[in-house]
Design a protein around this ligand. Structure first.
Ligand code: ADP
Length: 501
């Protein structure tokens, strides 16, 4: 019986394959996993690249291992893919070889291009159509850069001889032996080229960013039939029945399917994605409008906000400041203090993300006294996760997004109970962490299982109860702390713009 789904989770630091099976009590549970770390290349300051051929070979190897461990390809019903978003690949349609290293989402090399477009006042039209602000983060300016960097690529693109795509598109091309050049609508929503409402490429934006439409993949739904694997790869023509970008896959995995449902992933950075319902909401607070999913006719839009430094602030305590030797020590150290002692840390190590978008801001500590010690640094770093989350939730409220009832969380930092309780207290919201944590892979598996008919809906059916934190701070304390935080953010922004002060 074909009861397994092969989820491919292609992330920034590793590629993973996980086999999920449909559980008798509903939902999906993992049975086998394989993972390979990836090399990142930093050829210049602000540049981040991956080798797309290495991504493909790691994907193939992890898939083969999981299929073998799970008892052979005959047990699998379909493949689902989730991936690092916005990363751009250019390849030769004849040889199926990459023509340049992939440009990773973090890469800032096209900052001048998006700054020029912003100076020419193109941001309102781009934002109205795509939900996105002008920033090198998104794929369009990366695609154009690749076409200009590879000699002859623009001419060959016009002849259909070279192809562009984000990571899922590249993997589907390779898996299908070049038979499918497709993307799913969530990944397409991160390029700056897709109209959020029609979920089609916009010729005017393709022209603005100088990306030829002929080189782009076709946009499909997240649980569509995206192609069949070349039989020689795994021994059968396994169907690819699901795909979504990593943050959207996590939204699906959390079962955040209704307006007002939201998830935040606290990893190195943190990504909040809030389901806003069946119509896009235009942000006036510099949140990103994006597609939650488009699966079997069910469409949900979302607003997204990113925090650049979340777990990385804890890494800094460990590796930079050396006040802890392991991340998990931060919990006991923060709890050793009765309060923050008036110390706030704004972790703007690489600038501040939504809703501030201050790329030049840097880390700032305020409120030091002769009593401040290492524990205050630790506590301030953990508390900053909650304050930054609150800023995003306030931005959502300003944008008129439906009020959230529960905040679903995942990611490495959620192991920290002090931080999660503080998020509940400062955001005045119930925080829920599911027992199973591989949310991106689970989301991809759910989409593929829906696509192939192994499950009937995307609802969540957790086997184990989640961990729950409920707010218990009184309102006056919360307001006083938020006042202190806002003062600290103002200090960080003033320090980044000394000429305006
Ligand atoms: P990513 O997917 O971005 O690599 P993960 O979800 O694996 O991130 O989370 C890793 C991050 O979680 C690291 O930055 C680490 O410092 C942080 N982290 C792990 N355990 C804890 C803990 N107990 N308390 C606070 N932070 C933690």
């Amino acid at each position: 019986m074909k009861s397994l789904i092969l989820a491919i989770d292609q992330g920034t630091t590793s590629s993973r394959a996980i086999a999920f099976e449909a559980a008798p009590e509903g939902g999906l549970r993992p049975v086998e996993v394989s993972q390979i770390e990836l090399q990142q290349h930093f050829p210049r300051s602000g540049w981040v690249e991956h080798d797309a051929a290495e991504i493909w070979s790691a994907t193939l190897q992890t898939c083969r291992e999981v299929i073998r461990k799970a008892g052979g390809v005959g047990r699998f019903a379909a493949i689902g893919i989730t991936n690092q978003r916005e990363t751009a690949v250019l390849w030769d349609a004849t040889t199926s070889e990459p023509l340049h290293r992939a440009i990773v989402w973090q890469d800032r090399r096209t900052a001048d291009v998006t700054a020029r477009l912003a100076a020419a006042r193109h941001e309102p039209e781009v934002q109205a159509a795509t939900g996105l602000i002008l920033d090198p983060y998104f794929s369009a300016s990366k695609f154009a850069w690749l076409l200009d960097a590879v000699p002859g690529a623009r001419e060959r693109a016009a002849q259909g001889e070279v192809k562009l795509g984000t990571i899922e598109s590249w993997l589907i091309w390779k898996l299908t032996g070049g038979a499918s050049h497709v993307t799913d609508a969530t990944n397409a929503s991160r390029t700056s080229l897709m109209d959020l409402r029609t979920r089609q490429w916009r010729p005017d934006l393709a022209e603005l960013f100088d990306v030829p439409l002929e080189a782009l993949p076709q946009i499909r739904g997240c649980a569509d039939h995206l192609g069949d694997c070349e039989p020689s790869l795994f021994g059968a023509a396994l169907a690819i029945r699901g795909a979504a970008g990593d943050q959207q896959a996590a939204l699906v995995a959390h079962g955040a399917l209704k307006a007002g449902d939201a998830k935040i992933t606290y990893g190195t950075g943190a990504f909040l994605v809030a389901n806003v319902g069946t119509e896009p909401v235009a942000s006036t607070s510099r949140l990103l409008g994006t597609l939650g999913y488009d699966a079997n006719g069910q469409v949900a839009y979302a607003l997204e906000g990113s925090i650049f430094s979340a777990g990385s602030a804890i890494q800094w305590l460990r590796d930079g400041l050396k006040v802890i030797s392991e991340s998990r020590q931060s919990e006991a150290m923060a709890q050793s203090l009765p309060d923050n002692g008036g110390v706030y840390l704004v972790p703007g190590f690489t600038g501040l993300g939504a809703p501030w978008w201050e790329p030049d801001a840097r880390g700032t500590i305020v409120g030091l006294t002769r009593d401040s010690g290492p524990a205050h640094m630790v506590r301030a770093a953990l508390e900053s996760l909650a304050y930054q989350t609150r800023d995003l939730l306030d931005a959502l409220a300003r944008d008129g997004a439906p009020r959230l009832k529960v905040l679903k969380v995942d990611g490495g930092v959620t192991a920290n109970a002090f931080a999660m309780q503080f998020v509940a207290d400062i955001c005045d919201i119930t925080v829920e962490r599911p027992a199973f944590q591989e949310m991106t892979a689970l989301g991809a598996a759910k989409l593929a299982a829906l696509g192939v008919g192994l499950i009937d809906d995307l609802e969540d059916h957790p086997v184990e109860a989640p961990a729950v934190w409920t707010p218990r701070m009184d309102a006056s304390m919360r307001e006083a702390l938020l006042k202190g935080w806002r003062g600290a953010v103002r200090a960080a922004i003033i320090a980044a713009n000394p000429d305006d002060a």
